[in-house]
Design a protein around this ligand. Structure first.
Ligand SMILES: Cc1ncc(C[n+]2csc(CCOP(=O)(O)OP(=O)(O)O)c2C)c(N)n1
Ligand SMILES: [Mg+2]
Length: 358
C-alpha cells in the first residue's frame, strides 16, 4: 500500500496537536468577566431565567431516564451544562424574532417557550408531537412561533438563519434572527459564507457559537489552531464577543444589547458563549475523554445554580419561592409524560407514506 504520510510528518502532526490541545486546555480558566448590568435586573427576569434553566435541566435529566427505559428511539444529545446559553439568549428576544437550532436543541426549544407536552410527545414518537412523531429529538421545529428548528446537519442552521434574517429585511421588519451554532460547525464552510453574507447585507442576525470545547470526542485544539472562536468575526468586519456561557444573566445582557444594536442597523453580531457539557456527546457516550478536573470546574459554575442564586440574591426570592417554581416545572414535565403516554404512536408505514412526499 502506498505510504501517504512519512513518520516524521506524523510525529510533527502529533506534536502540533499536543501544542494546540495545551493551548485549548487554557480555555476553561479564561472565562469572560460577567458583563455587569448598570441596574439591578428586575425580579421577573431573574425568575424567568431560573425557571427556564431549571425546566431545561429537568427535561434533560428526566428525558434521559425515558431513553434508558427504551421509550425514546434515535438520538438524544443532552444540553446538560449548557442551559445558561439558550436561557439567556431567548429571554432577550421578543415575539416575531426567529431562532435556528442545532442537533443539541431541546434547550433552545424550551427557552423559546415550546409546549413541553408536544416536545415529550415528539421524543416518544407520538402523533401529538411537534412533528407528528416523525422527527424526534433532532428535528423539533415550530415555524408558527419562529422556531426554525433543530438540525441534524452540523452547521446547517447558519445559512437557514441568514435566510430568515434576509427575509425579515426584505419585508421591512426589525425582527432579529439568532442561529445557535457549535464549535464543531465553525470549521464548516457554512459558517464563514453565511456570516459574510449577513455582514455585507447588514442583517439583523446574531450567531451564537456554543463552544462546549468538543466536537464529539475531538477537543477544540485539535480542530483549529485559533481556539478563541469569537476572533473569527473580526476578519470579516463583524462585531464579536466572548461571554461566559454558564452565566445566564451575562448571556442575557450581551444578547439584549446585541439585539438592540441589530434593530438599530448595526448587525450582524457574533457571540462565542463558552461552556462545557456535563456528559458525553450523546446519551450513550460515557465521555471518558473529558478531563475530570475540568468537568468539576464547570460543574462548580453550574448555570442552573447560578440562575437560582441570582433569583435568591438579586431577586430576593425565598426558599419557598424557589421550591414553588421547581415543583411546578417538575409537574409540568410529569404531566407531559402522562399526556404523551396516552397519545397514539405513529407507525412506520405512516411515516413512510409521509416521507414519500419528498
Ligand atoms: C455536516 C455534518 N458533518 C458531520 C456530522 C456528524 N456529527 C454529528 S455531531 C458532530 C460534531 C458535534 O460537535 P459540535 O459541532 O461542536 O456540537 P456539539 O455536539 O458539541 O454541541 C458531528 C461531526 C453531521 N451531523 N453533520
Ligand atoms: Mg462542540
Amino acid at each position: 500500500m502506498k505510504k501517504i504520510f512519512s513518520t516524521n510528518f506524523c510525529l510533527a502532526f502529533k506534536k502540533q496537536m499536543a501544542k494546540n490541545r495545551a493551548k485549548a486546555g487554557d480555555l476553561w480558566i479564561i472565562m469572560a468577566k460577567p458583563r455587569a448590568s448598570e441596574n439591578t435586573p428586575p425580579r421577573e427576569l431573574l425568575e424567568k431565567l431560573f425557571r427556564t434553566a431549571y425546566a431545561i435541566r429537568v427535561f434533560e435529566t428526566e428525558g434521559i431516564k425515558l431513553y434508558r427505559q427504551g421509550l425514546i428511539r434515535g438520538y438524544f444529545h443532552p444540553y446538560l451544562g449548557q442551559e445558561g446559553i439558550a436561557t439567556g439568549v431567548c429571554a432577550a428576544l421578543r415575539k416575531g424574532d426567529f431562532i435556528a437550532s442545532t442537533h443539541r436543541g431541546h434547550g433552545h426549544c424550551i427557552a423559546w417557550g415550546a409546549d413541553i407536552k408536544r416536545m415529550v410527545a415528539e421524543l416518544l414518537q407520538k402523533e401529538t408531537g411537534y412533528c407528528r412523531g416523525y422527527g424526534g429529538s433532532m428535528h423539533i421545529a415550530d415555524i408558527t412561533t419562529g422556531n426554525l428548528g433543530a438540525n441534524g446537519i452540523v452547521g446547517a442552521g447558519t445559512p437557514l438563519g441568514v435566510g430568515a434574517a434576509l427575509a425579515a429585511q426584505v419585508r421591512g421588519s426589525d425582527a432579529v434572527t439568532v442561529t445557535f451554532t457549535t464549535d464543531g460547525a465553525t470549521n464548516n464552510g457554512t459558517f464563514l459564507e453565511s456570516l459574510n453574507l449577513a455582514a455585507i447585507w447588514n442583517l439583523n442576525f446574531i450567531l451564537v457559537i456554543e463552544n462546549n470545547q468538543y466536537a464529539v470526542s475531538t477537543p477544540i485544539g485539535e480542530s483549529t489552531r485559533e481556539t478563541d472562536l469569537f476572533k473569527r468575526g473580526a476578519a470579516i468586519g463583524v462585531e464579536s464577543h466572548l461571554v461566559d456561557g454558564n452565566d445566564p444573566l451575562a448571556v442575557y445582557n450581551l444578547t439584549e444589547e446585541s439585539a438592540r444594536k441589530c434593530r438599530a442597523g448595526q448587525g450582524p453580531i457574533l457571540i462565542e458563549a463558552r461552556t462545557f457539557r456535563h456528559m458525553g456527546h450523546h446519551v450513550n457516550d460515557p465521555g471518558k475523554y473529558m478531563p475530570e478536573d475540568k468537568l468539576a470546574y464547570y460543574k462548580q459554575r453550574d448555570p442552573v445554580d447560578r440562575a437560582r442564586n441570582n433569583f435568591v440574591d438579586l431577586g430576593h426570592a425565598s426558599a419557598a419561592d424557589v421550591s414553588t417554581i421547581e415543583r411546578s416545572v417538575e409537574k409540568e414535565f410529569a404531566d407531559a409524560v402522562e399526556f404523551s403516554k396516552g397519545s397514539r404512536e405513529v407507525s412506520v408505514d405512516e411515516f413512510r407514506a409521509f416521507a414519500a412526499v419528498y
